[in-house]
Design a protein around this ligand. Structure first.
Ligand code: MD3
Ligand code: FE
Length: 212
């Protein structure tokens, strides 16, 4: 990755910068292959809802120092895979480079959550608030099938807008958007040829702890 500054962004709302086509096909393929390698070391697991134990429709894994997990006991970040007990694989340097380009000045990312959506998977409206550092933005990268992404405000029940996230797109949520409600309504099956098995991978890079 030779371009060290961020390409032009579309400001979708205050604190929401959208980078359509940030990654060209070659960069998407390289990232896809790195995610595959991570998933060999840290296999996908199916998270469950706190209390009820209801399974998520997405499968997850992580790389980086910390990984986000969810089970009957709650949501949390932890340094080890919930099934294998092993440390998460290191974050691929190309992900750290993207973070530096899109979140200049933010402390280094500690967690990369990997979400895998099949044709039927979705994610209900929620806020990301399990991080101690809510000043740092969240950087999201999409690979594979297009997703219909829904973005609201900081209050549940407010007005929302929809955005299509395509393979290679990035979106950065910071400032007033950091606590915005958001979710994935559905994915468009077979809209991309990047993943042989179909589906969509979302990578979400986050700073979790406050910088020392
Ligand atoms: C807006 N993932 O993992 S990424 C999640 O596509 C999550 O898998 C979705 O929501 C996905 O928590 C959406 C876009 C995104 C990520 C983080 C945000 C939007 C956000 C944090 C605050 C506001
Ligand atoms: Fe989220």
């Amino acid at each position: 990755m030779s371009i060290l500054s961020a390409p032009p962004a579309v400001s979708v709302a205050l604190g929401v910068d959208y980078f359509p086509g940030l990654l060209d096909r070659a960069a998407q393929e390289a990232l896809r292959d790195e995610v595959r390698a991570v998933l060999i070391e840290a296999p996908l697991f199916r998270p469950r809802m706190p209390r009820t134990g209801k399974p998520f429709s997405v499968m997850m894994s992580n790389c980086g120092a910390l990984g986000w997990v969810s089970d009957e006991t709650g949501y949390r970040y932890q340094p080890a895979h919930p099934v294998t007990g092993r440390a998460w694989p290191r974050m691929p340097p190309r992900l750290v480079d993207i973070w530096i380009r899109l979140a200049p000045g933010a402390p280094p990312p500690e967690a990369c959550l990997i979400n895998l959506y099949d044709a039927k998977a979705k994610m209900g409206l929620h806020q990301d608030r399990d991080e101690q550092d809510l000043a740092a933005p969240v950087v999201s990268l999409s690979l594979g099938d297009t997703a219909l992404f829904r973005l609201g405000g900081r209050e549940r029940g407010g007005r929302t807008r929809s955005l299509r996230l395509e393979s290679g797109d990035a979106i950065v949520l910071g400032g007033p958007a950091r606590l915005a409600f958001h979710g994935i309504d559905r994915i468009a099956p077979n809209s991309s040829t990047l993943l042989n098995e179909g589906g969509r991978i979302n990578l979400t890079l986050r700073r979790v702890t406050r910088r020392a």
